[in-house]
Design a protein around this ligand. Structure first.
Ligand code: 2P0
Length: 333
């Protein structure tokens, strides 16, 4: 099954562009991670996952028909060269939807987060692009179908179409038609996410490569699918009951287990920097003092803290440079 075959199943048989399409997609932080694929062509994950969207942090994307000989892309106002992997990844995705050769596009992306520093820039990037294309080509597809299309660009993009908690179902079908995300209805207004930026440098190894290597070489990876299943159930129960201790503990343990599978890969993969470990130690000390704060970490050295509003003053005292976000109180775009 190819991407083009999936696209053909979902899109209307004929469609035509209007002048401009635009959309915003928030970035998402996984509380139960996606790590490993059952199908690399369609980005079908080995397990389900669960995330939280970060309002105000993400991608604003505009797509326009262009008269240029090839597609053009700008990122935060700067033109992207055609020989970069960023350009190639985007235009390969666009190619899936181009009915007529003369439909050349100009794509303008404004990111409010650093690109490729483990803050899920590809997730919000491909989600915003998919929704902007839906607007441009007037497909009028439901979000569930757009989630499937966004996944073809980047797995975690399947989760970036909504605010709040989002679950991405692993599905079983070979064509991935049952592998989409959907939002959970539960809200948690006092929940805070604090971003501790340790480095904004581009990661040394892409998530895509790192996942492949982990699945191929890590002995610990065999335990991962069972761990995810348990964590997912536990997280959903904790969200439902407002049980912050179980929520934080499960998210932190899930992230640490994912990084353990990477450390046990060969060659080993370690996204943490010395400052990452120092911050973890500092956070664990705070917890020993009775302050409920947990962390999660993605494919980069930065940490995302999870805590409730009531703990904010004490946490801010120790970590004065935290960028604090209220996922359920702020406007999405
Ligand atoms: C996640 N990450 O669940 C996990 C946790 C990074 C660590 O999804 O190959 O950029 O495009 O499907 O989506 C990053 O992986 O990988 C990711 P592809 P993607 O958020």
């Amino acid at each position: 099954m190819t991407k083009a075959q999936v696209v053909a199943q979902l899109l209307p048989s004929t469609y035509a562009p209007k002048e401009t399409g635009a959309s915003f997609a928030p970035t998402n932080i996984a509380l139960c991670k996606y790590w490993g694929k059952r199908n690399t062509e369609l980005n079908l994950p080995a397990t389900s996952s669960l995330s939280i969207a970060l309002p105000g942090k993400g991608a604003f994307t505009k797509v326009m028909l262009s008269t240029q000989a090839e597609d053009t892309v700008t990122l935060n106002g700067l033109s992207i060269a055609t020989n970069t992997s960023f350009y190639r990844r985007l235009t390969q995705f666009i190619e899936l939807f181009r009915k007529k050769v003369m439909w050349r596009l100009h794509i303008e992306i404004q990111m409010t987060i650093p690109v490729a520093a483990g803050l899920a820039s590809s997730a919000c990037g491909f989600a915003a692009l998919t929704m902007a294309l839906n607007d441009l080509f007037q497909w009028q597809l439901p979000l569930r179908d757009l989630s499937i299309l966004a996944r073809l660009g980047s797995g975690s993009a399947a989760r970036s179409l909504w605010s709040g908690f989002v679950e991405w179902h692993q599905g079983e079908r070979e064509d991935g038609m049952d592998c989409y995300a959907e939002p959970l209805s539960m809200q948690w207004p006092s929940l805070c996410v604090g971003i501790l930026t340790i480095s904004q440098k581009e990661k040394f190894l892409s998530s895509r490569e790192a996942m492949l290597r982990t699945v191929k070489t890590s002995d610990l990876y065999r335990c991962w699918p069972d761990k995810v299943q348990r964590d997912l159930t536990q997280l959903k129960r904790a969200i439902h009951e407002g049980d912050f201790t179980t929520f934080g503990m499960t998210a932190e343990s899930n992230a640490l287990a994912m990084h353990a599978t990477m450390l046990s890969s060969w060659p080993p993969i370690c996204y943490a920097l010395p400052e990452t470990l120092a911050a973890m130690q500092q956070l664990w000390e705070l917890r020993q003092q009775g302050i409920e704060v947990y962390f999660t970490q993605d494919a980069g050295p930065n940490l995302k803290f999870l805590f409730l509003e009531e703990s904010k003053p004490l946490i801010n005292k120790q970590f004065s440079n935290l960028d604090i976000i209220y996922p359920f109180k702020q406007r999405v775009g």
